[in-house]
Design a binder for this molecule. Structure first.
Ligand code: URA
Length: 219
């Protein structure tokens, strides 16, 4: 699926044919052969380069961002995420699960710890490490960034490491909040189908995270 590259630096956004992780490249090639009309490349970050809020997910879902080219777009997790962002004023428009739905993020940018879809939705730790320089640059290139919401523990650990801290510098669990350098990090359970279907994460619990972000940003 064609999608214009956003005007973001190559340090922060891997190229469409990023060669760095052999296993993820092989998976991309399989998906390209089977679905040449899909995006099938690293999903570029999406949102406002002047954002005060960054939301960091895990990695593109095969049928979600890997298909559409926009983080959280086209898979189950995106429904709750974009609905919540719209309700809290961090997005405007209607989420229609396609990259040309006109949805706009306001004061918010969404990216992933790992930019390519991993088999079984599980990146290897070596892939997280390899992709981390993009995450570091992505966060560095947000001049107004104040708050980072991490979706799940893998995201939380990668954000801390991307900021040059130990993964143990912040605690896990839903709603945990800590300072990481100049940023406040708030960890949320991931808005995955598994977490929402089992009731581990309710829409209210998820909304509470972004209510807290709104308070931190605007008092
Ligand atoms: N889609 C993404 O882009 N990231 C996730 O973490 C999950 C789904």
């Amino acid at each position: 699926m064609p999608r214009p590259e956003p005007a973001m630096s190559s340090a922060a956004e891997p190229p469409r044919d990023c060669p760095l992780c052999p296993r993820l490249v092989a998976y991309r090639e399989v998906n390209r052969a089977a679905h040449p009309d899909w995006w099938n490349g690293p999903a570029p970050s999406f949102g406002d380069p002047g954002a005060r809020l960054a939301v960091v997910g895990l990695a593109p879902g095969r049928m979600g961002a890997n298909r559409t080219g926009r983080p959280f777009t086209g898979d189950f997790a995106g429904v709750l995420l974009f609905d919540t962002l719209i309700r809290l004023g961090f997005a405007r428009g209607t989420y229609e699960a396609r990259p040309d739905d006109g949805l706009e993020l306001i004061d918010c940018l969404i990216t992933n710890a790992v930019r390519c879809a991993p088999p079984g939705n599980k990146p290897e730790t070596s892939e997280e490490a390899t992709c981390r320089s993009f995450l570091t640059a992505r966060l560095d290139e947000l001049p107004n960034l104040k708050v980072i919401v991490t979706l799940g523990d893998v995201s939380r650990r990668n954000v801390l490491r991307a900021l040059g801290l130990k993964a143990s510098a912040g605690v896990g669990g839903h709603g945990s909040e800590f300072q990481a350098g100049p940023y406040t990090v708030i960890n949320s359970y991931h808005c995955s189908r598994l977490n929402t279907n089992t009731g581990r994460l309710t829409p209210q619990m998820f909304e509470d995270i972004f209510v807290r972000v709104r308070t931190l940003l605007d008092g």
